[in-house]
Design a protein around this ligand. Structure first.
Ligand code: ADP
Length: 250
């Protein structure tokens, strides 16, 4: 690995949020320092503000994510496949598979074989599904973890489509299930569906915004039988991976 000192900005312009990681590399792993700025909701002025903020630092900028090509002043624009590999190798040593559940898609990267799979065809396996249900319940999606662990039972929810899931949710509420129980049911069916797609592995690095839903993490652990590791700053992994990539390449 490169030994040079540098400060690099990793920008992850995802489909739902924009993330910025400013990382100071001092040469040794032990001296690795990072500073994270909050992720901001796309689209609109805040997005441009984030880019401006990055540019004003005058540090090298590495852009990744769905909208990476919009950063015309980026030194490099690696794909999320590359940045996920960099970040997982650094923050989750020994991981076999990286699972990234974002706002609009879900990505699997098998680090052993380098196989990569993307599912962006169906919103039911992404953060958009939770955002949709959260807005129906008028609660922030960030409450989905707490609500999950408040419920002691949950209904079976089988719909694989976001639109049909809503009518199923309404039916379960009419059956007498509470909102907490329905949320637990949703986390459960979501986690079960995703677990079926995960290649057999011992150690799974779970990243992306949905990794902050601890209910989903618990279900994935149970259903895959793997050790599921959610790195700190899991939603910023691709931004961090971009900075690491830049440090090696520039
Ligand atoms: P992208 O990179 O595609 O923009 P992210 O990886 O930033 O997506 O993930 C965004 C999704 O993460 C949102 O759609 C939301 O459902 C989910 N999310 C973000 N924070 C939390 C949280 N604290 N708890 C549960 N879900 C969350």
């Amino acid at each position: 690995m490169s030994r040079k000192q540098a400060t690099i900005i990793g920008l992850d312009l995802g489909s739902t949020t924009a993330k910025l990681a400013e990382v100071f590399f001092s040469g040794d792993r032990e001296d690795f320092k990072l500073r994270l700025l909050e992720s901001r909701i796309l689209p609109a002025a805040s997005w441009q503000e984030l880019l401006q903020e990055a540019r004003e630092t005058r540090h090298s900028i590495i852009a990744t994510g769905y909208f990476r090509k919009k950063v015309t002043f980026a030194a490099l624009c690696p794909t999320e496949l590359t940045t996920a590999r960099e970040a997982a190798t650094f923050f989750v040593p020994g991981a076999d598979v990286v699972l990234d559940i974002g706002g609009q898609d879900i990505k699997f990267l098998d680090l052993r074989s380098n196989d990569f799979r993307l599912n962006d065809k169906c919103s039911a396996g992404t953060g958009a599904f939770f955002d949709f249900v959260a807005s129906y319940f008028h609660i922030p999606v960030t409450d989905f973890s707490t609500l999950h662990f408040k419920a002691e039972r949950h209904p079976e929810l089988n719909s694989t489509c976001t639109v049909f899931a809503l009518s199923e949710i309404i039916s379960r509420l009419v059956d007498g299930y509470t909102r907490e129980e329905v949320v637990r049911g949703l986390n459960n069916s979501f986690g079960e569906k995703i677990a079926r797609l995960v290649p057999p592995c011992e150690k799974l690095a779970l990243v992306g915004g949905v990794a902050r839903n601890l209910g989903v993490v618990r279900v994935l652990e149970e259903k895959t039988g793997a050790q599921v590791v959610v790195p700190e700053n899991c939603q910023l992994m691709n931004a961090l991976g971009a900075a690491i990539f830049g440090w090696k390449k520039l």
